[in-house]
Design a protein around this ligand. Structure first.
Ligand SMILES: NC(=O)c1ccc[n+]([C@@H]2O[C@H](COP(=O)([O-])OP(=O)(O)OC[C@H]3O[C@@H](n4cnc5c(N)ncnc54)[C@H](OP(=O)(O)O)[C@@H]3O)[C@@H](O)[C@H]2O)c1
Length: 264
């Protein structure tokens, strides 16, 4: 049997992936820290035990966790044919005063854990000559974003690694897509201290991301932009100087800490 492994499956976009793959009858391994949420979701999506859903509680901020997730699947003989790397978080504010533990955790969760998980699981996909990887990045990965710089940099990392792997694994039967959404309605923004409701950009439902990602994977697209606006925000950069792009990025990402939105 083959499984779909989803990180960040407890809430938001990852949870929506789990719901969609359950509708499609996919067996799954759901990963996040919130054990009770994962267990409740697993019970809801598989009341009769089909599809087969496994809960793997891990903190991806721990550098050893990707190895443990791989061992968990190997021990239970769960052959992972599709990975959805969705776990991630943002943190807005002056870089000069960013808490060091937030900085380290973000680099670990958003970049290193994803890179390690992919490294652990692709040899088995290569051996099977079959597999898929969906990496969740963001439109913010295509340029710097003042006051959200480290997050934007982690999303650039995901784009660059995904692009390389797309080409490297293409003739080995493995599809790699990188999904680049704009604002999505999840708990992400509260955690990140962002205010999408103050932006002129629309906020989409997580299902928009999931539908676009699955369609993109089936068509083996490299970049997936869930909405036309997401595509345009990146495409139009070709015609603009970088300084204008950076000022626009700051304008489109109103934060509590850049003076563009009053607290409270
Ligand atoms: N929402 C947006 O506007 C937006 C736009 C573009 C891209 N994205 C990207 O979409 C992805 C999903 O975000 P979301 O919007 O769905 O936000 P979310 O609802 O806050 O979900 C984040 C998920 O990541 C998991 N996670 C966070 N830290 C973790 C850790 N240390 N170990 C294991 N799991 C961890 C969370 O689970 P636990 O807390 O249970 O561990 C949760 O399941 C992120 O990579 C984000 O960068 C979001």
């Amino acid at each position: 049997m083959s499984y779909t492994l989803i990180t960040g499956a407890s809430t938001g976009i990852g949870e929506e992936f789990a719901r969609e793959f359950a509708r499609r009858g996919s067996d799954m391994v759901l990963v996040a820290r919130s054990e009770s949420r994962l267990r409740a979701l697993g019970a809801e999506l598989s009341p009769s035990g089909s599809p087969d859903i496994h809960i793997c509680v891990e903190d991806l901020g721990d550098p050893e966790s990707p190895g443990r997730i791989y061992e968990y699947c190997a021990r239970k003989a769960l052959r992972v044919e599709l990975m959805v790397n969705c776990a991630g978080f943002g943190f807005a504010g002056d870089y000069a005063s960013m808490p060091l533990d937030e900085l380290q955790e973000m680099v670990q969760v958003n970049t290193a854990a994803m890179a390690l998980l992919v490294r652990f699981f692709i040899p088995d996909m290569v051996a099977q000559k079959k597999g898929g990887i969906i990496n969740i990045s963001s439109v913010s990965g295509f340029q710097g974003v003042p006051f959200l710089g480290l997050y934007a940099a982690t999303k650039s990392f995901i784009i660059t690694l995904s692009e390389s792997l797309h080409e490297e694994l293409n003739d080995k039967g493995i599809k790699v897509v990188v999904v680049c959404p704009g604002y999505i309605e999840t708990g992400f923004h509260t955690r990140a201290r962002q205010y999408p409701e103050h932006s002129i950009l629309p906020v989409s439902h997580p299902s928009v991301v999931v539908r676009a990602a699955i369609k993109g994977l089936l068509k083996n697209r490299l970049h997936v932009f869930p909405t036309v606006l997401d595509f345009l925000l990146v495409f139009l950069q070709r015609f603009l100087p970088k300084t204008i792009i950076l000022k626009t990025a700051a304008f489109l990402a109103p934060l509590k800490y850049n003076g563009s939105v009053q607290e409270g």
